[in-house]
Design a binder for this molecule. Structure first.
Ligand code: GLA
Length: 458
């Protein structure tokens, strides 16, 4: 009965428009829209749902099989990786991954103290292309190639504990171990890597690589992990394989960045929010070119924070207010007190900074950045002469709003919040004066906030 009705409707439609509908949709759109009522309904529906339609279309084209065309415009380096993979391994890649570096804007060494951070993902990324290769040597052999460093590595999935000291491949092998530890098995794979995040500079080139690798290995193993677990896999690789007892901020920022937005993250509840960057401002980033080796000093700082929390009798420094710390001062050694003072102060500054941003008070936000640097310098002692020099020069320049070291410290970068109109001149003079004072060339860049990590089917 139903079928007959439907056939009749199709026949009427055919007679009226002189063509046949397919699944209720007309194929000849010009004819179809001759019917005023239909056109009107379509247009009304489009306007009603236009946000969803646009979002879906953008999402579809950025992740679908059409993406290589779009990708060539959006990220030519990533688009070129498919060909480079084929040149190197003689077969096509199946997945491409891109993940950005990050800048820490406020909240230094607060992540592993279960505190809060304001950070951004930057418009510089690590990029990888990969494909499974289960046929290679009993399905256990993996090959890696770093295009920039022109270095190749091979390892076996059943000999992951064989580490090369201080080698880039450790980050990737550590990630495979972390997947395995969670019960996901990674097939043998080949991978090429490249990127434009400055290395060992405090912009988290390693977390960027980790997150790009996690994205493609998650797809190759069909693990379908959520963002928090993906971030923890990267952190696990650093903590358990590389041996740096770092927090989760770098990986989280690399995943959760949004163009033009800061990332506010809470490392106890794992609540993450994007907050607009104040209009009319730019981030000038100066690489002091002092290479930092996080591992020893970083781990030492973390132990001091944990000791402070233990003595005060709380789970983490997140639970300590400035007043509580002052009360406990006599029970802490001078060094442990100053380390805790930095972290407790930073957590407080992130809250005040967020309020200043919400109120549009950029000047107050900049002052908090500058206080943060001084606290690093005198309390946490993770600054160095070169970083102090960059901040001091910045303070004398037109357009300066605030500046501080960013990331682990002991070298690396300073981040300067600057009036956008003054940013280029500010950068030039900063580089000039730094060279004159230290004899070292700083790499000074104006960076913008970009989107977080993405996976693309090659
Ligand atoms: C490094 C670590 C992060 C964080 C910062 C300092 O970047 O990887 O987890 O602790 O230092 O805030």
């Amino acid at each position: 009965m139903k079928k007959t009705k439907c056939r009749k409707r199709n026949l009427d439609f055919k007679t009226k428009y002189n063509y046949k509908p397919i699944f209720g949709f007309a194929m000849n759109t010009a004819e179809f829209f001759k019917d005023f009522k239909r056109s009107f309904t379509f247009i009304a529906l489009f306007f009603l749902y236009r946000d969803y339609i646009i979002r879906f279309t953008l999402f579809y084209f950025s992740t679908s099989c059409f993406s290589p065309m779009i990708l060539a415009d959006k990220d030519p380096i990533l688009a070129s990786l498919s060909d480079k993979f084929k040149e190197r391994f003689g077969r096509p890649a199946t997945f491409l991954g891109r993940a950005p570096g990050r800048l820490e804007i406020l909240g230094n060494h607060t992540d592993y103290n279960e505190g809060t951070v304001l950070s951004v993902a930057i418009n510089r990324s690590a990029r990888v292309a990969a494909a499974a290769n289960p046929d290679a040597q009993d399905g256990m052999a993996c090959q890696l190639y770093d295009i920039k460093g022109k270095s190749a590595r091979r390892f076996r999935l059943d000999a992951l504990d064989r580490k090369r000291p201080r080698d880039w491949s450790n980050y990737i092998k550590g990630i495979v171990c972390e997947f395995n530890a969670r019960g996901y098995s990674i097939p043998a794979f080949d991978m090429i890597v490249t990127g434009d995040v400055p290395l060992s500079a405090g912009m988290s080139s390693s977390a960027a690589l980790e997150m790009a690798v996690v994205k493609v290995l998650d797809a190759l193993s069909d693990s379908k992990l959520g963002w928090l677990e993906q971030a923890k896999i990267g952190q696990g690789s650093e903590n358990h394989y590389v041996g740096a007892n770092t927090g989760l901020m770098d990986q989280l920022s690399s995943l959760m960045g949004r163009e033009g937005q800061l990332i506010y993250s809470d490392f106890r509840s794992f609540e993450v929010k994007n907050v607009p960057i104040p209009t009319g401002t730019s981030f000038v980033v100066a690489n002091s070119n002092v290479k930092h080796n996080l591992t020893n000093e970083y781990n030492e700082r973390r132990e001091a924070c944990e000791e402070a929390a233990r003595i005060i009798g709380v789970k983490a420094l997140r639970d300590v207010t400035p007043a509580m710390l002052e009360k406990a001062k006599s029970r802490l050694s001078d060094v442990v007190y100053r380390r805790a003072k930095h972290v407790v102060g930073e957590i407080d500054r992130v809250e005040k900074g967020s309020q200043a941003l919400a109120a549009g008070d950029i000047k107050a936000f900049g002052e908090l950045m500058s206080i943060s640097h001084d606290s690093s310098r005198y309390n946490f002692e993770n600054s160095c002469d070169e970083l102090d020099t960059l901040v001091e020069i910045g303070r004398t320049l037109p357009g300066f709003i605030g500046a501080r070291l960013s990331g682990g410290g002991f070298g690396g970068i300073t981040v300067h919040l600057v009036e956008a109109d003054a940013a280029q001149k500010y950068s030039d003079v900063l580089a000039e004066r730094y060279l004159a004072k230290t004899g070292v060339n700083a790499q000074v860049m104006i960076l913008t906030a970009g989107d977080g990590a993405e996976l693309i089917r090659a």
